[in-house]
Every structure is written in C-alpha cells, then in structure tokens.
Design a protein around this ligand. Sequence first.
Ligand code: URA
Length: 233
Amino acid sequence: MQRIDKIIASQGKYSRSEVKKLIDKNKVKVDGQVVQSSGVKVDPSKSKITLNDLDIAYKEFVYLMLNKPKGYVSARVDKDHPTVLDLVPEELLGRNLFPAGRLDRDTRGLVIITDDGLLAHNILSPKKHVEKIYHVKIDIPLTEDMVLGFARGVELKDGICKEAFLEIIDEYTARVRLKEGRYHQIKRMFGCFAAKVIELQRISMGNLTLPEDLQEGSCRELSDEELRLLQQL
Ligand code: URA
C-alpha cells in the first residue's frame, strides 16, 4: 500500500504538489470513490485509480527501446550534448528513467531505457555475459587475422577481452558478437589491428533485436514478449 499522491506522481506526468491540487479538486477516484485526502493508502495493483475519470494505467516500471541516432549521449544529463532522454516521450520524463548501458555518442542502435534498477543491473552485470551484436564498418579491409584475433581474445590496456565473434559481411563491413561491454571496446579492438571504426550500430542485446520498423530517433515501450526476453537474460 502506498500514498495515492505518491502513486500518481510516480507515473511521471504530474508532480506531487500538482497531484495534491488535483485531489483537492476531487479529480482523483479510487474504485469509483472520490479521494478525500492525499494521504489515503492504496494498492495500485488491486485498485482502479482514475484522474479526471481516466484510468491512470499504473505501471511500476517502464521499459523502452530506443533506436539511438548518432549525436546523443547515453546518460541522463550532459552539459554539452543532447542525451537519449531527450528522445523519450515528455509524459514519462517525471519518472526516474536512465539508459541501461552505454553506446558511444557516435554509435547508433538499440538502447534500453528504464526505471527498473534491478533489471538494468542484470543486463549490465559482467557476470551475466549478455551477448550484444554490432554491425561495424571499418576503414581498411577486414582480414582473417582479425577474425582469429577476436576469437582468441584481443589484448587491450585493461586486459584481454573475452572471445568475440567477428563475421565478415563484405570487404569493410562485419558483424561482431561480444559478451562484454568495456569502454569503446569495439573501437579499441579494431584499433589493435590498425583499423578505425567508421560506423557502429548495436543491433541486439541478448535475445532482443532492434526491430526494423523502429525509426532512428524513435522509442517505444517493450511488448510483454520483449520484456520477457529481457528478463530472461
Ligand atoms: N564498442 C564501442 O567501441 N562503442 C560502442 O558504442 C559500443 C561498443
């Protein structure tokens, strides 16, 4: 059971003081009864809460997938650049959302944004070895040497990488499967072969793949099935 004002404010659209004013104006009902006080305690999973007679559709957590364009920082705030939260619908911005994992500013592709700290921890935990697939374009022709090096474990300044799979698509483009997420990892791995990454796009995390119909710069809530895939990680 939680206070009704807290429950409504947690959904991100109204601040706690705005909710209090709405309650004073008799705009909030629980199971059809007008709420008389902001301190009333309710179980949001059992009661129907309405605001202006519209269901607030309570969600404890929100899970979004974003097709991140270049130019956006994977952080909540940044003083110099737009962040992935600038691409989130405004009505959700009152929630405590953050990106579960980072892509570099010039990397595109799949980013999960949520306010579920436990799920984020599970996705990011190095112990879980969640596999991520990237589409990469480099500035020199790909070689079998790179394929073998990635499979053996490239040695970076911060230690040897876990085995990674490099699948050559054509002379300059490849798919890379990684089980870790170190800082600039793919760029640094190719750097060991004197190659520069020109384009980088994350196309999947675990069993969750970036849908083709999700436009760059768009985000949407995960379906129940997609959330299940993510929770399995
Ligand atoms: N590896 C990188 O170098 N950059 C990313 O954004 C993701 C993986």
